[in-house]
Design a protein around this ligand. Structure first.
Ligand code: AHM
Ligand code: MG
Length: 335
């Protein structure tokens, strides 16, 4: 028996009324992300074929090599979102400062700001491993019709109205939340449409996978070292399985489906961790909580952290609720 699958476009429209501000603007914004995702997907898929991979020669603000596809994805998402009159500002992991849109136009009624990591895990591109796009959407806090300000972007993660990611994997998927659960849509490349393939995604409460860059082990805080040893112990349902792609979106996606924990802690090398609060941790934490999982820095809920700068980094622990709570317990005990 076959039945018609719902497309992402249909799903966005049907669920528009459940959104608390109940306007078509957020739907239109999600649709523009859907469109840019398809364009970027097309380019990512060709990465091995055309001369588009490799460092573009620029350094981003974090001092890392930018890959050409990062630049491409950054441009595509910014262009696509700017074209519709919904977004008043965009901050990107690849841009030093935020971009103000239509700031000279007093009649500009745009209410939303978007923070985006256009191509996360891009060091994986030249070895044909999955990468992702992560996005986070807020209502601006300054008056509509005025130029957007830094404080519109420096909101706590719990103020997000929507967040999601695109994973360019064996299949390309968009997974997002508007605060009413998490749904996943898979691209049918033959038709060019995303179909609802993973309705109501939830983390199993417990899991057997831990994802961490163990090469940094000696630099980790004692609580994390103890938790990793706990994962490896032969007791009860342990040892757990270690799985680390080094691409946050892919590691998170797998853990949400199978049950697991992702850790990028602070270390003596990176005292604040590596991941960015606004572009990576907050959107992923919002998705995690909406999927019955948890996210923290080991002590504080990620969504409650007060941001102080655009490119701020934080330690990040995220995944199945019981596993995150166990890791937090180890952090407390080692204090
Ligand atoms: P990026 O935004 O520069 O791509 O860095 C973020 C990525 C995450 O996707 C991934 O989980 C992490 O960096 C991997 O870092 P490491 O190689 O230090 O383990
Ligand atoms: Mg990133």
């Amino acid at each position: 028996m076959s039945h018609k699958k719902q497309t992402l476009g249909e799903f966005i429209i049907e669920n528009q009324s459940a959104f608390k501000y109940s306007s078509g603007e957020l739907s239109s914004l999600l649709n523009s992300i859907r469109l840019a995702a398809k364009v970027v997907n097309h380019e990512v898929n060709k990465a091995g074929l055309v001369d588009i991979i490799g460092a573009a020669g620029d350094m981003n603000i974090q001092g890392e090599d930018q890959q050409k596809l990062d630049v491409y994805a950054n441009e595509k998402f910014i262009q696509t979102m700017t074209k519709r009159n919904i977004v008043c500002g965009i901050a990107s992991e690849e841009e030093d400062d935020f971009i103000s849109i239509n700031s000279q136009d007093e009649n500009n009624g745009n209410k939303y700001v978007v923070l985006i990591d256009p191509l996360d895990g891009s060091s994986n591109i030249d070895v044909n491993v999955s990468v992702g796009t992560i996005f986070s959407i807020y209502r601006r806090v300054t008056p509509v019709g005025t130029p957007v300000q830094l404080k519109d972007f420096l909101q706590k993660g719990r103020e997000q109205v929507a967040a999601g990611y695109v994973v360019y994997g064996t299949s390309t998927m968009i997974v997002y939340t508007t605060g009413a659960g998490v749904n996943g849509f898979t691209l049918n490349p033959a038709i060019g449409s995303f179909y609802l393939s993973h309705p109501d995604m939830t983390f199993p409460e417990d899991g057997h996978i831990y994802s961490v860059n163990e090469g940094n082990y000696i630099h980790f805080p004692q609580g994390i070292k103890n938790y990793i040893k706990y994962c490896q112990q032969e007791e009860d349902d342990r040892p757990y399985t270690s799985r680390y792609i080094g691409s946050l979106v892919s590691d998170f996606h797998r853990n949400m489906i199978k049950g697991g924990i992702y850790l990028y802690p602070q270390s003596s090398k990176n005292p604040k961790g590596k991941l960015r609060l606004l572009y990576e941790c907050n959107p992923i934490a919002f998705l995690a909580e909406q999927a019955n999982g948890k996210a923290s820095d080991g002590f504080t809920r990620t969504l409650d952290v007060e941001p102080s700068e655009l490119h701020e980094r934080v330690p990040f622990i995220c995944g199945s609720k019981n596993m995150v709570e166990k890791a937090e317990e180890f952090m407390r005990l080692a204090q």
